[in-house]
Write a protein that binds this ligand. Structure first.
Ligand SMILES: Cc1ncc(COP(=O)(O)O)c(C=O)c1O
Length: 438
């Protein structure tokens, strides 16, 4: 199909006629009917490097043969069952994930999406603690369903009516742009004390949980300072709140450990995994302790959905674990992440507009600013860089909030060194071109 061909025109017309526009940015102008490894292919057959792993999910690259084989095998075995029935793939996945997790995280349930997993985690926390107050971090993203969206403080809120009662935000730690305008470059966690002080003042005595991303990805890859989660967990315990860690983007190797909490010095009470667990297919897990699970069960915990414990995504989850092990992907994310970070820091030396390079493993953000000292976000420039990258054959995400403009890079964990070099060279050229058109 070429851009001039009737089929391209027909598809574009059909988009206009039939598709909901569910993102304010609208749809890309090209169609993708094929993807393989780190590349997607547009309707003209042009190869485009995907440094966002689809929607941050395809950590093994697109259409990994072990994943497609697991899907084919499921088509021969079983795809879907009554929710009270378990397939061997579901139980095997629970056992294999359990082997990677500490004793406090051995019980789990499998659902479809990140929003759904957070919904379930919040329901469990409320049931267990008997309260309904939930704290989230400013800038966070946990999904668009009611419970998850009520604790999402990154847009996507206005116009949909009241959030869940008891939901409150505390300032997310951001050493580049301190949310309480207190420190610069080194967060001393005053924001955490201030946030909990505000919670204590507003609480009606019904604590349930804190929900947090270990790295605030949609906020622009904000990495909390060392010791933050130890202090956060302590504050939860003092108040009778559970700590829910949402590892949608950080889980399954992306930051250089299988789960990011391993780098934080704590174990969450509940962990949710999604995106990366299915490596491109809808698959998510809610994981907690024997004690929390038993208490919730005794209190009648219900999460009866059409696709809970479906065999097909569980078989894919098993395939993901197998590939991660066989291809040593967790370690690779660490080494390739360092390589990517070093390459981007070298670009930062040359371009004043790169205010900050931050992240962990293969989850990295570039902050695009008007000037280094003032740190004023340059959203127009970030958009032009993104556009120039796409024209040169590289997909990146610009993640924007009011005061900032970051570009997110999260290539598949098996990205090759050549692909990485190609991607970095495209970014270099795109920045140069975008600056010229300023
Ligand atoms: C950290 C995090 N949690 C949850 C979600 C929601 O996941 P889903 O879109 O699969 O519902 C996202 C999606 O971007 C996310 O980044």
């Amino acid at each position: 199909m070429t851009e001039d061909s009737g089929d391209y025109g027909r598809l574009r017309d059909a988009v206009g006629k039939h598709m909901f526009r569910y993102t304010p940015a609208g749809f890309a102008s090209y169609f993708v009917g094929r993807a393989k490894g780190t590349y997607i292919y547009d309707h003209n057959g042009r190869a485009i490097l995907d440094f966002c792993s689809g929607q941050m999910c395809a950590t093994l690259g697109h259409n990994h043969p072990v994943v497609t084989e697991a899907i084919e095998q499921s088509c021969r075995d079983v795809l879907h069952l009554f929710s009270g029935l378990l397939s061997p793939s579901v139980v095997n996945l629970a056992e294999e994930l359990g082997a990677l997790l500490p004793a406090q995280l051995q019980k789990m349930m499998f659902v479809s999406t990140g929003s759904e997993s957070n919904e379930a985690a919040l329901r469990m926390a409320k049931l267990r603690q008997g309260g309904f107050e939930v704290i989230g971090l400013s800038g966070s993203w946990h999904g668009v369903t009611m419970g998850a969206n009520s604790s999402t403080y990154n847009g996507a809120r206005a116009g949909y009516g009241p959030a869940a009662p008891g939901t409150m935000a505390i300032p997310g730690p951001n050493s580049y742009r301190c949310p309480i305008q207190h420190c610069r470059d080194k967060c001393d966690m005053t924001c955490l004390d201030v946030g909990f002080g505000m919670y204590d003042a507003q609480s009606v005595g019904a604590p349930a949980a804190v929900i947090a991303e270990p790295i605030l990805s949609s906020a622009g890859i904000i990495v909390p300072p060392e010791g933050y989660f130890v202090k956060l967990k302590q504050k939860c315990e003092e108040r009778g709140m559970l700590l829910i860690l949402d590892e949608a983007q950080t889980g399954m190797g992306r930051t250089g450990t299988t789960f990011h909490f391993e780098q934080l010095g704590i174990v969450p009470d509940i962990m949710t995994l999604s995106k990366t667990l299915g490596a491109g297919l809808p698959m998510a897990a809610v994981i907690s302790s024997d004690e929390i699970e038993a208490d919730c069960f005794a209190k009648g915990f219900l999460f009866y959905t059409s696709h809970v414990s479906d065999p097909l995504p569980a078989a894919v989850g098993l395939a993901v674990l197998r590939v991660m092990k066989e291809e040593n992907l967790t370690e690779r994310a660490g080494t390739m992440g360092t390589y990517m970070m070093d390459s981007l820091r070298a670009l930062q030396q040359r371009y004043e507009c790169i205010g900050d390079v931050r992240g962990k493993g293969l989850l990295v953000g570039l902050e695009i600013v008007q000037d280094r000292e003032g740190r004023k976000a340059d959203r127009g420039l970030a958009s032009r860089i993104q556009k120039e990258c796409l024209e040169a054959g590289l997909v990146l995400h610009a993640v924007r909030q009011e005061s900032q403009s970051a570009i997110r890079l999260a290539p598949p964990l098996n990205v090759s060194k050549d692909e990485m070099d190609t991607g970095i060279a495209i970014i270099d050229q795109a920045i140069r071109k975008a600056l010229e058109t300023a």
